[in-house]
Design a protein around this ligand. Structure first.
Ligand code: ACO
Length: 350
């Protein structure tokens, strides 16, 4: 028993922002961005929302798969940038698609979201809880980055990718997943802080002075940003230690891919394509080198799309699928890695 990808879809915002345009907005250069990351442009949402893009990508994937909305019994969305805290993006997609028989929920595994979604779908299939799943990665990261921070805002883009997957007896799926919460701080974005009449009354400078004098500790202290009473409702943005993330990716991804291949009893040479999370061309080159595989086996679209977190693997899959480069029976690898830290690698037969 395993998983087969029946159809893929993707949607990108209309507006394309080039590195040259960013040069006009901040102290950066096309040369810096391209040489450090490979990224030349990205799509940025203006009127599009995370849900709208996710619905569009899902509709295309369902059409390609040739399935009706009622056939979907599971909708999983990987996202860190949904339009609402609740209802989930998955439930909003369910409503838009009229997929009335589905169980729908979001997961937060950042750039590994699509891989985590695939793992959950597999578990549902194996336990007999579902037959057909819609797995979506959808992000509007442009609203999470600080457009005054040139070290992060140039890296990301917006978009959504989707895949309809089905339980089969003939396919194959071997997945490796991992998490390391101890290094969560290297790539993080705070949610809105607790800001009620009670916290404002409690968190005074005198309170902190008293607490530290008495050697007390309390969980709220760790979560409270630079305290000044007024800034409790200020938005927070994505923060990243780029070099740490780079080291994590280059160390972890080849290992996870090798573990997944070993579970499947397949050699890297037998793989047609490696679909890696599109964070940075130098990470992809390093992984290819460690696996001893040519770059031709590693499709990329980061040059045109930037890093779209959970959406990057399904969008790339759809782009290659649309070019009709995948044949039934091809063995492929997908791998995602990101905030958490989280990572996942899967081997499947197309
Ligand atoms: N334009 C021009 N200069 C810049 C820019 C920019 N956009 N951003 C940073 N700089 C400057 C810095 O200020 C610094 O200047 P200084 O030497 O005068 O202090 C200099 O460039 C070098 O900065 P570093 O942060 O050391 O640059 P680095 O070579 O590490 O490259 C990068 C940064 C591209 C982020 C790199 O660390 C990387 O590829 N990391 C991988 C992380 C990644 O891809 N994350 C994506 C999100 S995470 C994920 O999807 C898993």
């Amino acid at each position: 028993m395993s998983i087969k990808i029946m159809g893929t879809g993707s949607a990108l915002p209309e507006l394309v922002v080039t590195n040259k345009e960013l040069e006009q907005m901040m102290d950066t250069t096309d040369e810096w961005i391209t040489s450090r990351t490979g990224i030349r442009k990205r799509h940025i949402a203006v009127t599009e929302t995370t849900t709208l893009m996710a619905v569009k990508a899902s509709e295309i994937a369902m059409k390609k798969a040739g399935i009706e909305p009622e056939e979907i019994d599971l909708i999983i969305v990987g996202t860190v940038s949904g339009d609402k805290c609740f209802p989930s993006t998955a439930c909003q997609i369910q409503e838009a698609l009229l997929a009335k028989n589905a169980v729908a929920f979001d997961i937060n595994a950042a750039c590994a979201g699509f891989l985590f979604g695939l793992t959950i779908a597999d578990a549902y299939f194996q336990s007999g809880r579902a037959q057909t799943a819609l797995i979506v990665g959808a992000e509007t990261l442009s609203k999470m980055v600080d457009w005054k921070d040139r070290s992060t805002c140039v890296l990301f883009g917006d978009g959504a990718g989707a895949a309809v997957v089905r339980k089969t007896d003939t396919g194959m799926l071997h997945i490796v997943q991992g998490s390391d919460g101890t290094r969560g701080h290297v790539l993080a974005c705070d949610n809105r802080p607790v800001n009620t009449p009670f916290t404002r009354r409690l968190f005074t400078k005198e309170f902190f002075a008293r607490a530290s004098f008495a050697g007390e500790s309390f969980p709220g202290a760790a979560c409270t940003r630079e305290f000044s009473g007024d800034n409790l409702s200020a938005p927070d943005y994505l923060k990243m230690d780029g070099q740490e993330v780079f080291r994590f990716a280059v160390r972890t991804v080849p290992k996870a891919i090798c573990q997944a291949l070993e579970k499947a009893g397949i050699l890297p040479d037998e793989i047609q394509y490696f679909f890696l999370h599109q964070a940075n061309i130098r990470i992809i080159e390093a992984v290819a080198k460690k696996l001893g595989q040519p770059m031709e086996k590693f499709p990329t679209n980061l040059q045109k799309c930037g890093n779209i977190s959970a959406a990057s693997v399904p969008i790339l899959l759809d782009h290659v699928n649309r070019e009709e480069k995948l044949k039934r029976g091809d063995k492929i690898v997908m791998a995602g890695f990101g905030a958490g830290l989280t990572w996942g690698a899967a081997v499947i037969i197309w």
